[in-house]
Write a protein that binds this ligand. Structure first.
Ligand SMILES: NC(=O)c1ccc[n+]([C@@H]2O[C@H](COP(=O)([O-])OP(=O)(O)OC[C@H]3O[C@@H](n4cnc5c(N)ncnc54)[C@H](O)[C@@H]3O)[C@@H](O)[C@H]2O)c1
Ligand SMILES: N[C@H](CO)Cc1c[nH]c[nH+]1
Ligand SMILES: [Zn+2]
Length: 430
C-alpha cells in the first residue's frame, strides 16, 4: 500500500499516477467487449450459450435453461432461516422507504390567464437489472436495483445475473421472490448487457439497463448507451476515507479492506493530515488482511490501487478527495458535518466514526449502486429517476397565446422559420 506525502517533491506525479490507476481504463477491454456485443447482436441465444460455457463454466442445454423459475425463487425464500429472512425484509423496508422519498411528482401550474404548464412523470415500460455474480453473489444489489424500479412503477422488470457452474445463491433467489421478479436469466457480463440492449430469442430488449458489475459489464453498458438508456458507470468498488487524529486506525483499516475485497480492481484511499494515523492504519491493513477469507483478492487490490496520503491540512485532504471523486467517502473526523459543505464529489458520503461503509451496502436505505472511476463528478446514485422520464405539458388559453404569441412569432421570423411564425400568428387576435 503506497504511503505518499503531499510535501514530497514528486507528489503531484505520484497522485496523477494514482488517479490514472483508479480511473478505469476501459479502452483496453473495449475490444473484447465490442466483440461479445457483436456476437450477441448477430447470433442471439446461440452466442449467449457459448459465452456462458466459456465464462461461467456450464453447458446450456436449451433456451429454457437460461431462465430462473419463479418456483425456485419462492422455494429459496420459504427455506430461508428466520433471522436471515428478517434481515432481508428489514433491508427491503428501509430501502423502499428511502426511495419513496426520491419520487418526483407530476404537476400542473395554472396561470391567471388560463395557461397551464406542467410535467408528467412516467415509468419506462421495461427495465433490465444487471446483478453481478462472478466473484461473489449480490442479493443486496438485487434489492438496490429492483426496489427503485418498483417504487417508480415499472411494470416489467428483467433481471440478468451470472450463475457460475449453473448455481445461484439462495439468498439472491429469495430476494427475487421478495421483489416479485417474474423474469430472470442466468446470464452475466457483457453478454447480458448486450442481450438486454438488443434482445435475443429469450431475453427481451429493455428501455433502461441499471446495475453494477466488473470492468466488462461497465464497458458494455458504456458501449450500448444510446440503444438503451443506462444508469451510470458503476464498476469496481472504491472507498475514500478522510480522517483526522481522532479516528481509530483499526476501524479505518478494515473499512478500506471492505471495498478491496470486492475485486482486484477495487481501490481504497485514506487521506489524512495525521502521519501517526497514516502509519498505524497501514500496519492495521496488513494485520487485518491475514484474517480475510478473500485475502487473495484484497491483497492485489491494496497493492495495486491502495494508498494512504498524508497532507499538511484537512483542507488539502478534502481538495485531493474531491479530485478523486470516490464511489464511497467516509468522513471520520471529530466534527464530520463541518466538512460536508466542502465535499463536492462522492457517490455516497458516510459521516462519522459509527457509519462504516458496509452499513450503506446493505441496509441503511440509500442505494449502493454508485458511480465509480471518477464519474461521481457528474453521476448520482441509482434512484427512482433512472426508471422514469418526464414529459412537459403545455396548454395555452386564447388570452395566454395573445399575450406571448407575438414574441414567439418574432423569434421564429428571425430564425427564418416561416411556418413556425405563421402557425402562431394565424391564431393571434387581429
Ligand atoms: N459500483 C457499484 O455500485 C458496485 C456495487 C456492487 C458491486 N460492484 C462491483 O461489481 C463487480 C462484480 O464483479 P464480478 O466479477 O464478481 O461479477 P460480474 O457479474 O460483474 O462479472 C462476471 C461476468 O464477467 C464476465 N467476464 C469475466 N471474465 C471475463 C473476461 N476475461 N472476458 C470477458 N468477460 C469476462 C463473465 O461474463 C462473467 O459472467 C466488482 O467489481 C464489484 O466491485 C460495484
Ligand atoms: N460496495 C458495493 C458497491 O460498490 C456494494 C456491495 C454489495 N454487497 C456488498 N457491497
Ligand atoms: Zn461493498
Amino acid at each position: 500500500m503506497l504511503l505518499l506525502k503531499t510535501n514530497e517533491e514528486n507528489f503531484k506525479a505520484q497522485f496523477d499516477e494514482l488517479l490514472r490507476r483508479g480511473h478505469m481504463d476501459m479502452d483496453n477491454v473495449s475490444k473484447i467487449v465490442s466483440g461479445i456485443i457483436a456476437e450477441i447482436k448477430i447470433e442471439g441465444n446461440e452466442a449467449l450459450k457459448r459465452h456462458i460455457e466459456k465464462f461461467d463454466k456450464w453447458h446450456v442445454e436449451n433456451d429454457a435453461s437460461l431462465e430462473v423459475s419463479t418456483d425456485a425463487m419462492k422455494k429459496a425464500y420459504d427455506a430461508l432461516d428466520a433471522k436471515l429472512r428478517e434481515a432481508l425484509e428489514l433491508a427491503y423496508k428501509r430501502i423502499y422507504a428511502y426511495h419513496e422519498k426520491l419520487m418526483p411528482k407530476s404537476w400542473l401550474d395554472f396561470e391567471d390567464n388560463g395557461t397551464v404548464l406542467g410535467q408528467k412523470v412516467t415509468p419506462v415500460d421495461r427495465a433490465g437489472l444487471y446483478i453481478p455474480g462472478g466473484k461473489a453473489a449480490y442479493p443486496s444489489s438485487l434489492l438496490m436495483n429492483a426496489i427503485p424500479a418498483i417504487v417508480a412503477g415499472v411494470k416489467e422488470i428483467v433481471v440478468c445475473t451470472p450463475a457460475p457452474h449453473n448455481e445461484l445463491n439462495p439468498l439472491l433467489l429469495a430476494a427475487m421472490h421478495l421483489c416479485g421478479i417474474q423474469k430472470a436469466y442466468k446470464v452475466g457480463g457483457a453478454s447480458a448487457i448486450a442481450a438486454m440492449a438488443y434482445g435475443t430469442g429469450s431475453i427481451p430488449k429493455v428501455d433502461v439497463i441499471t446495475g453494477p458489475g466488473n470492468i466488462f459489464v461497465a464497458t458494455a453498458k458504456k458501449l450500448v448507451f444510446g440503444e438503451v438508456n443506462i444508469d451510470m458507470i458503476a464498476g469496481p468498488s472504491e472507498i475514500g476515507v478522510l480522517a483526522d487524529a481522532s479516528a481509530n486506525p483499526h476501524h479505518l483499516a478494515i473499512d478500506l479492506l471492505s471495498q478491496a475485497e470486492h475485486d482486484e480492481m477495487a481501490s481504497s484511499i485514506l487521506i489524512t493530515p495525521s502521519l501517526e494515523i497514516a502509519e498505524k492504519t497501514r500496519d492495521e491493513v496488513y494485520a487485518w488482511l491475514e484474517t480475510l477469507e478473500r485475502k487473495a483478492i484484497a491483497e492485489v487490490s491494496i497493492k495495486e490501487r491502495g494508498a494512504i496520503i498524508v497532507t499538511s491540512s484537512m483542507d488539502e485532504a478534502v481538495d485531493l478527495m474531491n479530485q478523486i471523486a470516490p464511489e464511497h467517502l467516509e468522513v471520520v473526523t471529530s466534527h464530520p458535518f463541518d466538512l460536508l459543505p466542502r465535499i463536492r464529489h462522492a457517490g455516497a458520503i458516510f459521516m462519522g466514526a459509527y457509519t462504516p461503509e458496509p452499513i450503506g451496502d446493505y441496509i441503511a436505505g440509500p442505494n449502493h449502486t454508485l458511480p465509480t472511476g471518477g464519474t461521481a463528478k457528474f453521476y448520482s446514485p441509482l434512484g427512482v429517476e433512472n426508471f422514469l422520464k418526464r414529459s412537459s405539458i403545455i396548454s395555452m388559453s386564447k388570452q395566454g397565446l395573445d399575450e406571448i404569441g407575438e414574441a414567439c412569432a418574432l423569434l421564429a421570423h428571425t430564425e427564418g422559420l416561416g411556418a413556425h411564425e405563421a402557425s402562431v400568428r394565424v391564431r393571434l387576435k387581429k
